[in-house]
Design a protein around this ligand. Structure first.
Ligand code: HEC
Length: 167
């Protein structure tokens, strides 16, 4: 009787210790959760430089900023641009190659932010009737969105390929 009570107390104390260790572990590692697992795996584990202007200046973005960029992409762009492809016109994707080949080139953060305020056709000759003109996001948010697109175009497997060919 006494022995089993002792055993019970001991295992309960062990449980308490394990519980406390768990709480401390999870609360100290919490900041890592703020970074999306896709971002950590494919986009950035640490701050990385992204092409900022057409002239080749770069700007550094953190994994947290890329996480926000991914959320903005999901909220505003993904219906038409799943995985960086373009549903309505598979020739004009969000791949680095297509972005760089547009007139004017769109393979920099500032160029993508400008494009979103005023989307144009691929040769720059006319207003695009398709892509979404964005007037509800701040310049800062548009730039974070642009940085995510550019980094995804470089790092995300299959980015920009038509969806039916990605299997
Ligand atoms: C309703 C569908 C639709 C939505 C929503 C949409 N796009 Fe587009 N987007 C297109 C189409 C179609 C094109 C090709 C347009 C053309 O060439 O006229 C395009 C073109 C682009 C291009 C130029 C690609 C290149 O290679 O030159 C960029 C950059 C772009 N979209 C980014 C975005 C971003 C960022 C968002 C979210 C804020 C977004 N788009 C939302 C349909 C859409």
């Amino acid at each position: 009787m006494f022995a089993s009570l002792l055993r019970y107390c001991f295992s309960f104390r062990l449980f308490l210790v394990a519980f406390c260790v768990g709480v401390v572990f999870f609360s100290t590692s919490a900041p890592a959760w703020a970074i999306d697992s896709y971002i950590r795996r494919y986009i950035a584990k640490e701050p990385v430089a992204v092409k900022y202007t057409d002239a080749g200046e770069t700007k550094t973005y953190t994994p947290e900023e890329f996480t926000k960029g991914k959320e903005l992409f999901k909220e505003n762009c993904i219906y038409c641009h799943v995985g960086g492809s373009t549903a309505q016109d598979p020739r004009v994707t969000l791949s680095t190659e297509d972005l760089a080949g547009a007139t004017p080139p769109r393979d920099s953060v500032v160029a993508i932010a400008d494009y979103m305020r005023n989307p144009m056709t691929y040769d720059g000759s006319d207003i695009s009737i398709w892509c979404r003109q964005v007037d509800w996001l701040s310049q800062a948010d548009l730039e974070i969105l642009g940085a995510f697109v550019l980094r995804a175009a470089e790092k995300s497997p299959g980015w920009g390929r038509p969806v039916e060919n990605s299997f």
